[in-house]
Design a protein around this ligand. Structure first.
Ligand SMILES: Cc1cc2nc3c(=O)[nH]c(=O)nc-3n(C[C@H](O)[C@H](O)[C@H](O)COP(=O)(O)OP(=O)(O)OC[C@H]3O[C@@H](n4cnc5c(N)ncnc54)[C@H](O)[C@@H]3O)c2cc1C
Length: 240
């Protein structure tokens, strides 16, 4: 038995100029209470859509990330925000090291084959994005069970230049899609994007997405909405 309360960082929230550190025992309402001055808007948008108030009082950061057979909602924005995760071996909990989200999923949680690890805290780098886009959709499968899909987008605009863009979409069962080549191809472009450029980006994304009709169409329309949101932000901030 491991007494998590013995690990000091487990319930602590700590902010420096470069990062925000959150203990894995912090519950989702405590996170929400940090508000937009401290927490990236993408994460706030995600948290608001997780369960009800009483559920968020019970659910912890570690518990949401620790579910091994399904991808829960927090993992999407945390992955996109380059969050580092501190893990400890169950056998030697005094020994800790930091891993990326991909390492956690790939090496430790893959199909329950990796060694069980304890998540003790997460570290979010300083927020440097001015456009945060989060959409969660639910649909009923022919079998009658509910399925969630999530689309997350981040963008940083300087004047009329899209300095950097990241986007990720996925569902709890079918894994996630992120295309860093497409992100690089978009970074540095001028906003507003000409209609033809927008169409060619959507066509490139369509080619890469799986042939899963519902999810592919949903993700493509959310990508279009994300690009429109960037455009809208540009018009609002430039007063055009
Ligand atoms: C009605 C309801 C609606 C919900 N809706 C949503 C939703 O819309 N979106 C969403 O994302 N989630 C949703 N959840 C899930 C919820 O957010 C929690 O993630 C989930 O209930 C786990 O709760 P917990 O934190 O108490 O973890 P636990 O139940 O204690 O643990 C869950 C798993 O994580 C492991 N674990 C716990 N802590 C750690 C740790 N520190 N390190 C490693 N592994 C750990 C446990 O061993 C266990 O396998 C919902 C839950 C309920 C009950």
């Amino acid at each position: 038995v491991i007494f998590l309360s013995d690990i000091e960082e487990f319930s602590r929230i700590f902010k420096t100029e470069r990062y925000l550190e959150i203990g894995a025992g912090v519950n989702l309402n405590q996170l929400l209470d940090l508000g937009p001055d401290i927490l990236p808007e993408l994460l706030l948008q995600c948290l608001r859509r997780i369960g009800s108030h009483p559920v968020r009082n019970m659910a912890t950061v570690g518990g949401n990330l620790g579910v091994r057979d399904k991808r829960m909602d927090l993992s999407y924005p945390l992955g996109l925000l380059d969050t580092k995760i501190e893990i400890r071996s169950i056998v030697h909990p005094a020994v800790a090291h930091w891993v990326s989200w991909n390492q956690l999923v790939g090496e430790y949680q893959q199909e329950k084959k990796g060694p069980a690890v304890l998540i003790s805290r997460i570290r979010l780098p300083e927020n440097e994005w001015n456009i945060h886009f989060y959409r969660k959709t639910s649909y009923k499968e022919p079998s009658g069970s509910d399925r969630r899909t999530v689309f997350c987008g981040l963008a940083r605009l300087f004047k009329d230049t899209l300095e950097e863009i990241r986007f990720l979409c996925g569902s709890e069962l079918s894994g996630s899609f992120r295309d860093k080549n497409l992100e690089s191809a978009l970074s540095g472009r001028r906003i507003p994007l000409p209609r033809k450029e927008k169409e060619s980006i959507l066509a490139a994304m369509k080619k890469k997405l799986d042939d899963n009709d519902f999810e592919r169409d949903t993700f493509l329309s959310l990508m279009e909405e994300f690009l429109d949101t960037i455009q809208e932000y540009f018009y609002n901030s430039s007063g055009l």
